[in-house]
Write a new protein. Structure first.
Length: 150
């Protein structure tokens, strides 16, 4: 895979992670349930760690993360977390969790796409695989919380 394509792919993952981090940070601030606060805090921190790991990989490959905040965000991912705002205003935990799960669906897709990429350097591929396991686990945990919140 050529450098430009790898860079685009990784920037896409970083944007997805930033969106998730912000979504969880917003949810953590606005939700009243203490257990959910802790859960959202954990996933916001997880995403922050993942961003650092990917950016470290990019630097080691001499690829540069995007710095122009905002303009590069993929519309769909961004929209995945937009409805979270209205769910939070409603104070409905089920609705909040449903929106978080939707955000996780986008994150899973982004990682699945990244893992299909040809010829990724092995160190990078193993970071992406490890993160994908974490994203998958987060998705499943959020989905279980959502299902039990009915």
């Amino acid at each position: 895979m050529e450098a430009k394509a790898t860079q685009a792919l990784l920037n896409e993952l970083v944007e997805t992670l930033k969106d998730g981090q912000k979504g969880y940070a917003d949810a953590m601030t606005d939700v009243e349930d203490a257990n959910l606060k802790d859960t959202f805090k954990k996933y916001a921190a997880q995403r922050a760690g993942y961003i650092t790991e990917i950016e470290d990989q990019m630097f080691s490959l001499d690829l540069h993360p995007k710095t122009d905040e905002g303009s590069s965000v993929t519309g769909t991912v961004h929209r995945a977390w937009i409805d979270l705002k209205s769910a939070l205003t409603s104070k409905d935990n089920h609705a909040v969790l449903a929106e978080c799960e939707r955000g996780e669906d986008y994150a899973k897709k982004a990682y699945q796409t990244a893992l299909k990429a040809e010829d990724l350097p092995s160190a990078l591929k193993s970071v992406i695989e490890k993160q994908y396991q974490g994203v998958q686990a987060a998705h499943d945990a959020i989905k279980a919380l959502r299902d039990s919140s009915k």
